[in-house]
Design a protein around this ligand. Structure first.
Ligand code: SF4
Ligand code: SF4
Length: 472
């Protein structure tokens, strides 16, 4: 008699994490599986059954990201205690594994747009502006946690319409904060020349983080509720006139703008003031009208592949995992001369990136990078004694020396930043989160858990549901 044949699993079981049920937000076990060339979480909720969420469309890159994990860089102080367990103790609680590479402060809820996609759920119907004194306390909480904070983003709402936004920036300038960014939809920048002059007057300069999702009116209407093409152009012209460093931020939604990422990179290179682009898959948080997770999700690896396929100078080796949070952030750095770029990230060896602390690169140790810089700028030699460094957006990247007379305008960077929502939530990824909101109570909370569980009444209701103390 023949023994029955054992069945082979249709997928590779790679590992296990804890995720969330996307319906009741309960913590649920999630198998990490490789299936059909993709990485999925296979989740099982006792009430809502099995759910399969796409995590990555590139198994090789998913595995590579895990090789980039480096030792955590802990904050000076923690603001809460570890009591109920992650994600209910934010934060930061002592169980968190990464400091705030980037701190965010919402200066208001008021906005001059009502975007169909807004993780903050802001709108023209909201009027609240946070008092300056409270914002200063929030800055102090960030500085106490960080010692010297690397990067503060002033966000909202629309921060440029806060009546005291200039005073807020001045207050940030008086504190130990290396870089300040102003997140904006660009409307005031496009319409108020005097305001742009005030921004340009800050020394050292601040950077504008400009919403720039698409070159197509139809996409802008879908994501922002209005055709902002002219606003975007006028804003960039004003920033260019006044030489204000600018990063474009592009929210990517499947079926809308995934086919124009290369065009956006080429467009960015026409503007001297643009130092880089951050691409973000839509996070299913806040207001996200008409979002269908089965059809609309476009994950980090999809964006990376789309950029590589678009024919820009960035190839696969040039967009690498960011060591402090490698599954959630990819970065690519390039030298820039006018509208010409030459990526250099592939010259950063993995071993050097995953060292505990970021280092300045010396050319003796990295001769290929030295050669690349000399060739690109047609120089016969590049000395390391120029105190100027190619400034990294995030603190765990190495600093690269630049030739005499060159500076920030000679670097161009792209970043892909994927935040977690109830679909892709992963307990180990969230503990490595390095993008954090500061609250008026002085807490510091990862972007991901803040929007899911802490931001507002709706988030707190999700938290109660997650703990089994409320129903939908
Ligand atoms: S996300 Fe971080 S701060 Fe929040 S509970 Fe988990 S470990 Fe603590
Ligand atoms: S996404 Fe920005 S511009 Fe749009 S409503 Fe929200 S805060 Fe305002």
């Amino acid at each position: 008699m023949n023994a029955p044949v054992r069945k082979i699993s249709p997928y590779i079981f790679h590992g296990q994490t804890t995720s969330l049920c996307s319906q009741c937000f309960s913590l649920v076990p999630a198998k990490i599986i490789f299936d059909d060339g993709n990485v999925y979480y296979l989740k099982r909720c006792k009430v809502h059954g099995v759910e399969k969420a796409l995590i990555s469309s590139d198994i090789a890159y998913y595995k590579l990201a895990q090789d980039y994990i480096k030792p955590g860089d802990r904050p000076h102080v923690f603001q809460t205690r570890t009591e109920e367990g992650c994600p209910y103790d934010c934060g930061l609680c002592p169980d968190h594994e990464q400091h705030s590479c980037l701190g965010l402060i919402d200066v208001n809820e008021a906005c001059n747009l009502s975007c169909p996609v807004c993780f903050a759920d802001s709108s023209t119907g909201k009027t609240y502006h946070r008092p300056l004194a409270e914002i200063e306390k929030m800055m102090d909480a960030l500085c106490a946690s960080e010692g010297e904070a690397y990067l503060l983003q002033l966000s909202g709402g629309e921060p440029t319409i806060h009546p005291q936004i200039i005073e807020i920036i001045k207050a940030a300038k008086q504190r130990p904060i290396r870089h300040i960014m102003l997140n904006t939809n660009g409307i005031r920048i496009a319409q108020d020349e005097e305001f742009v002059k005030q921004l340009a007057a800050f020394k050292p300069g601040i950077e504008v983080y400009l919403q720039f999702d698409s070159l197509r009116p139809s996409v802008l209407k879908n994501l922002r509720g209005a055709d902002l093409t002219r606003i975007r152009r006028d804003a960039l012209e004003a920033l260019e006139r006044h030489n204000v460093s600018t990063t474009l931020v592009v929210v990517v939604k499947r079926g809308q703008n995934e086919d124009e990422l290369g065009d956006i990179i080429n467009h960015a290179l026409k503007w001297k003031c643009v130092r880089g682009i951050t691409f973000q898959p839509v996070q299913d948080a806040g207001r996200n009208e008409g979002f269908d997770p089965a059809a609309d999700r476009f994950v980090l690896s999809d964006i990376r592949k789309a950029i590589i396929a678009a024919g820009t100078p960035f190839t696969a080796g040039d967009i690498i995992p960011l060591p402090c949070n490698p599954e959630s952030i990819s970065i690519g750095y390039a030298l820039r001369n006018g509208d010409k770029i030459a990526p250099i990230t592939s010259y950063f060896p993995r071993e050097m990136l995953v060292e505990a602390l970021p280092n300045a690169i010396t050319f003796e140790k990295y001769p290929d990078l030295h050669k690349q810089i000399m060739n690109f700028f047609s120089l016969s030699t590049v000395e390391c004694n120029n105190p100027e460094r190619l400034d990294a957006l995030l603190c765990c990247l190495p600093q690269v020396p630049v030739p005499e007379g060159m500076g920030y305008e000679n670097i161009f960077r792209i970043a892909i930043v994927e935040f977690l929502d109830a679909h892709n939530f992963c307990i180990s990824r969230v503990k490595r989160s390095c993008v954090h909101f500061v609250t008026p109570a002085g807490q510091i909370i990862p972007f991901d858990t803040y929007n899911l569980f802490y931001r507002d009444a709706a988030a707190r209701k999700r938290m109660a549901m997650s703990k089994g103390r409320a129903t939908a």
